[in-house]
Design a protein. Structure first.
Length: 157
């Protein structure tokens, strides 16, 4: 990776960490899930509000709003911020596919898979540090649990 690209990625991660998007509780959330990474202590709560749009006489389920609260490391905060930007307003089935793609992209055997996931590509270098992959994936696992209506705790273990 070129030094210019590495610098751009670092700036992107720092920007999301310093000014996380959608960092707030969501009053009236339809679903809430909490995630915990016991390895480093990251805690994330994901709030989800469902919506729908009518398309050709069918109602399509949307992720009308998604936000989070966290006491977490910079990588986890950045990942959660990037996640909310990418998934807010998406059709639920597409949001699920993106979450599954993000989780698969950080699987140990993967080398890429971040195409179409926006700023999340900036965290691709984390794959070189297996213990930190959990920091990236915790918000995505927690989002999936919220989408599925699992109100219990999600753990990286």
């Amino acid at each position: 990776m070129s030094s210019e690209l590495k610098s751009l990625y670092q700036r992107t991660v720092l920007e999301h960490c310093r000014s996380p998007r959608n960092f707030r509780a969501l009053d009236g959330a339809d679903h809430v899930a909490r995630g915990f990474n016991p390895l480093c202590g990251d805690k994330v709560t994901v709030y989800l509000r469902e919506g729908a749009k009518k398309e050709q006489a069918a109602r399509i389920a949307l992720v009308a709003d998604v936000c989070f609260e966290a006491a977490a490391c910079a990588i986890c905060l950045a990942s959660a911020s990037m996640m909310t930007e990418l998934l807010k307003g998406a059709i639920q089935s597409e949001a699920r596919q993106r979450a599954e793609q993000a989780l698969a992209a950080f699987a140990p055997e993967m080398e890429n898979g971040l195409d179409g996931l926006g700023d999340l590509a900036a965290l691709g270098s984390v794959r070189a540090y297996p213990a930190r992959i959990r920091c990236v994936t915790l918000p995505w696992r927690t989002f999936t649990a919220a989408l599925d209506g699992h109100g219990g705790a999600v753990s990286t273990e």
